[in-house]
Design a protein around this ligand. Structure first.
Ligand SMILES: [Zn+2]
Length: 310
């Protein structure tokens, strides 16, 4: 499962990437597409909390502008890409659930694609699925709920669950035949009696509160972490690409169900993170998926972590 970034490709840019081969990759490439092995777990310290990002999978996708640049001109999209040293015609996707350990509890945010990546990443962090106490679902797209079940049984056998009421109610109403609705029916609804449905501002456990950021999906939730005066936001899918969705929050993203609401949520939450200098973890940011936000012109810039929060 490798896409070889050769020296020539590195020097000549995206045109040299073997995208035809990439397009045939299965949807849940288990390993990083780069040439070298990559860790699948990275721990951060946040006050009394241990926060570990877990790489469930990563894969390249063609057609980046169609996915992330709705409303952008070809010139604008190429310019922003070049300014940030990435090709304009492909995107490397990352899928990154997060484990928070606090107060003796292990709380997992999202479960990955359902191809086994989450169990491997948890193992790297020294945790088995049956040790998870709480599973929080930020929203119910397949790359977040895919790991809820393994061979028809709950992956996290001893967990209780937390998710947004608006989100669950929206998908639970879907008629059979809706791809996401069907996956919710098989992977989420069977666990509904072990589930707590929360609204904006609700507490998951002390120090972790829900932060409504509707738009990507009707009930999409981010989560605010606060421990011993240190803060971090699990942004989930508030912004889906670390360059384009920050530089131009108004560029429409194919996966955002309500484009205007998603843009408004990006501007509001990213603006708060920038103003307060609060770090974030984004589910689709390049691994380890954590960084800071700065304002840049009319938009923002994602500044990946280096050695903060060690
Ligand atoms: Zn997602």
């Amino acid at each position: 499962m490798t896409i070889r970034l050769t020296r020539r490709a590195a020097l000549t840019g995206a045109a040299a990437l073997p995208l035809a081969a990439a397009a045939t990759l299965p949807a849940a490439a288990g390993s990083h597409a780069g040439k070298s092995a990559m860790p699948h777990a990275r721990a951060f310290r946040l006050g009394e909390m241990s926060v570990t990002t877990l790489l469930d999978g990563s894969l390249p996708r063609e057609g980046a502008q169609a996915i992330f640049g709705g409303g952008a001109s070809d010139e604008e999209f190429a310019k922003v890409s070049a300014e940030n040293f990435i090709p304009a015609n492909m995107a490397q996707f990352y899928f990154t659930p997060t484990l928070v350990e606090v107060g003796g509890q292990k709380i997992l945010f999202d479960t990955g694609l359902g191809q086994g990546g989450i169990a491997r990443a948890l193992a790297e962090a020294g945790v088995t699925p049956d040790q998870i106490d709480v599973v929080v679902l930020t929203h119910m797209h397949p790359d977040h709920i895919g790991g809820m079940m393994t061979d028809g049984a709950p992956t996290f056998a001893n967990a209780r669950y937390v998710t947004g009421r608006v989100e669950y109610d929206f998908w639970a109403r879907m008629e059979a035949g809706n791809r996401v609705g069907d996956l919710v029916a098989s992977n989420v609804t069977p666990l509904a009696e072990k589930m707590t449905f929360v609204e904006d501002g609700a507490e998951v456990v002390p120090g972790i509160t829900a932060l409504a950021s509707f738009g990507h999906t009707p009930g999409h939730m981010s989560f605010h972490l606060d421990s011993a005066g240190e803060r971090l936001v699990l942004a989930a899918d508030l912004a889906n690409h670390y360059v384009w969705s920050f530089a131009h929050p108004e560029w429409e993203v194919q996966f955002d169900m309500d484009k205007a609401a998603a843009t408004a949520a990006r501007r509001k939450v990213l603006g708060m993170l920038a103003a307060d200098r609060v770090p974030m973890i984004g589910y689709h940011m390049p691994f380890p998926a954590a960084g800071y936000v700065e304002t840049r012109g009319e938009g923002f810039r994602f500044v990946p972590v280096s050695y903060q929060m060690m």
